[in-house]
Ligand binder design. Structure first.
Ligand code: IVH
Length: 674
């Protein structure tokens, strides 16, 4: 053990460093270190805090992780009610708002306003007592919400503890309000992942934010990219503010994220101009806004104005024009993405939606089309959710003429003509052709990568050039490159051309597992490739294996066996493999056969925290392939707990119960992998 003062200093330094990197990653979106380096810092802090529990503070970044799942949410009473806003939809209604204010306060009162984008997310209330985040709750009915404190703690835009400054002292108690939201790109990525995993997509970023916040397991919320903008306070005890603008500046200085577009304006006409400006710019913003909020800046005037029927008289929500419209679907085409997924896209009669002309909308996949019964010729309601890519909400059935034509995903890939497949357990139809032009870049990057053929010096930029100059159209073409053709590329001198050619040449005798991995068969990662190589020893034998035979291998489930069988059924894939063999590629049969029974056989493992070299699922598969079991909870029957970075309550439980704890490395050694 080190001297406590040395430990205190070390912990303080680590916290500052981690907070700095959190800020770069989550706020600036510009990380300076890799995820692995970050995990190491966090791990070091966790270990120090474990040795010196008295030094763990409320604002430690380790407090964001590791809370156990709940069985249900409890309720939380807001200290002051969370009001809603009166709406306006036009310039006239905004002017009427000013008239009402003048009638109430007297015409001579000089009015100044704060105008803010109206974020389309979920309102929450945070309570800080003596600077410590003690509660986070949803709005609920305005008086009582749901206690989502442990989920709120996982958001990196929310400070766990705030510090006062001489000119910005801390209130003893403060309620801070704002909107939790998901950025449009993050929303789209999340939906893509959900669709790929056969889960229903969220209808819009607001639903995605609400659904992510209301998770009983905070580990799920932690993985969702939620952010928060703060825009108001509720109860404030021990500090007096005079205007709303200064409230927002104080919040910002305490480390909250306050929307950068807010403006202090001294006339209602300034507000109206800003309203039009925001309406024009709304689709350039990385998040969704559905209007602008005007607030009277002076807090004593706010007090005098008070509220009517749960809406304050001093604020107004100026809503934007609807983001839905109706139009006609003229055609449906299938678009092939970089991963081979075929996405049906509706080509529509151009229509204005929320100020933008829209003529295409994603229909996600065949199941979604069938669920909504969308046909070519249909009149449909479209909306712009998640900003740029519009969506078809529903068919207007009363407009049907009987001439509408149902759509089917094509059976051949529109890009390369390969057979289109729908793999077991997936909602998407895919082209799995290794030579498909829509996917070639990704395929070759994967093919040449370290885990694959390991072609040194063949980076992404070079691959892009080779494709662009039409020197390669499938991975096998790499082995047919000539010295002369390479010299025509940018920044390619004789020496580098020679180096590349010899690196390509050196890759001709890969271990079989690397060759299998390099093919980029869906669901076949490095671990699975190793299992297949050990079982089949020759690529030809793997190619000849039937789906049912593959399924008998211990680690292979229906998704994997189906994916492998479909891959080798594809004629163009077989041609590329033939071409590789003709170029002299000779994979070596694998020698390391996992001995069974092993140290893992018959043992029960629990994994906790983040592993560096494998996912939880891969870890589980390793255990199972040795005849062991992986479980989610630490019980009397647990033999080992394997703790990765940021391990939480399970690790504690293991330590309390005296269950042996292994590091990731120790586990890999035990499994004979390291
Ligand atoms: S102020 C009494 N400011 O809009 C004032 N609300 O329709 C309470 N919202 O429940 C709200 N952005 O969820 C305020 N800049 C902003 C806002 C905002 C979004 C939401 C909030 C509120 C709803 C009212």
């Amino acid at each position: 053990m080190m001297d406590i003062e040395v430990a205190r200093k070390k912990i303080e330094d680590l916290k500052n460093l981690i907070n700095y990197h959190n800020h770069r990653y989550y706020q600036l979106d510009d990380p300076e270190i890799s995820d692995a380096e970050y995990d190491l810092l966090l791990k070091e802090l966790i270990e120090l805090e474990r040795s010196y529990p008295e030094l763990q503070t409320e604002d430690s970044p380790t407090k964001r992780i590791g809370a156990a799942p709940l069985t249900k949410f409890t309720t939380s009473v807001h200290l002051t009610p969370m009001l809603s806003l009166a709406n306006a939809f036009s310039e006239e209604e905004i002017l009427e708002f000013q008239e009402r204010l003048k009638r109430f306060l007297g015409a001579s009162e000089k009015l100044s306003f704060v105008a803010e984008p109206k974020i389309d997310g979920v309102a929450v209330n945070l309570i800080y007592i003596n600077g410590i985040l003690t509660k986070g709750a949803t709005r609920g009915d305005g008086s009582i919400g749901e206690d989502v404190t442990q989920n709120i703690r996982t958001l990196h835009t929310i400070p766990l503890a705030i510090k006062g400054e001489p000119d910005n002292p801390l209130p003893e108690q403060i309620e801070i309000r704002g909107e939790i939201y998901m950025e449009s790109i993050a929303f789209r990525n999340l939906n893509e992942r959900r669709l790929a995993a056969n889960e229903a997509p969220f209808a819009n970023p607001r639903n995605a934010a609400a659904g992510s916040l209301r998770q009983l397991d905070p580990a799920v919320t932690a993985k969702r990219p939620l952010k928060m903008f703060c825009y108001a306070t509720g109860l404030v005890k021990g500090r007096v503010f005079y205007n709303h603008w200064n409230v927002l500046q104080s919040l910002r200085r305490w480390g909250f994220s306050v929307n950068p577009l807010i403006r202090q304006l001294d006339s209602i006409h300034g507000c109206i101009n800003f309203y039009h400006e925001l309406q024009e710019r709304r689709h350039e913003l990385p998040y969704e806004i559905d209007g602008m909020v005007i607030k009277v800046d002076d807090l004593s005037l706010q007090n005098r104005l008070g509220a009517v029927s749960r809406s304050p008289r001093w604020a107004l929500a100026c809503k934007f024009a609807a983001t839905q419209a109706t139009t006609v679907i003229e055609n449906i085409v299938a678009q092939v993405g970089r991963t081979g997924a075929l996405t049906p896209v509706a080509i529509m009669k151009p229509v204005q939606v929320g100020g933008v002309t829209v003529s295409r909308a994603t229909l996600h996949n065949q199941d979604e089309i069938e669920k909504k019964d969308i046909r070519v010729g249909d009149t449909v309601l479209v909306q712009r959710a998640g900003d740029v890519i519009p969506e078809v909400v529903k068919v207007i059935e009363t407009k049907r003429t009987g001439n509408e034509k149902p759509f089917r995903i094509p059976t051949k890939c529109p890009e390369c003509g390969s057979e289109v497949v729908r793999l077991a357990g997936e909602a998407t139809h895919r082209c799995i052709g290794i030579a498909c032009p829509a996917q070639i870049r990704g395929h070759i990057i994967h093919f040449a990568s370290r885990g694959g053929m390991d072609i040194e010096g063949l980076g992404e930029k070079m691959i892009a050039q080779l494709i662009e100059k039409k020197l390669v159209a499938d991975p096998a073409d790499l082995y047919y490159l000539s010295f002369e053709s390479l010299l025509n590329l940018e920044r390619m001198a004789e020496k580098s051309a020679n180096n590349l050619l010899s690196a390509i040449d050196r890759s001709k005798n890969p271990p079989l597992e690397k060759f299998i991995y390099a093919l980029g068969i869906r669901h076949v990662g490095e671990h699975m490739a190793r299992i297949l190589a050990q079982k089949y020893q020759q690529i030809e034998r793997l190619m000849a294996a039937s789906e049912s035979e593959l399924l008998t291998i211990r680690d292979v489930g229906p998704e994997v066996s189906n994916s492998i069988a479909q891959f080798f059924k594809n004629a163009s894939n077989c041609r590329v493999i033939e071409k590789l063999k003709e170029a002299g590629i000779k994979p070596k049969a694998s020698e390391t056969v996992i001995s069974s029974p092993s140290l893992l056989t018959g043992k029960t493992f629990v994994f906790t925290g983040v592993m560096e070299s494998m996912t939880r699922n891969e870890a589980k598969k390793i255990v199972e392939s040795h005849g062991g079991q992986a479980s989610g909870t630490v019980t009397r029957n647990t033999d080992y707990v394997v703790a990765g970075a940021a391990a939480g309550s399970k690790l504690q439980k293991a330590l309390d119960a005296g269950v042996p704890v292994l590091s990731e490395e120790e586990f890999l050694v035990m499994a004979g992998i390291k």
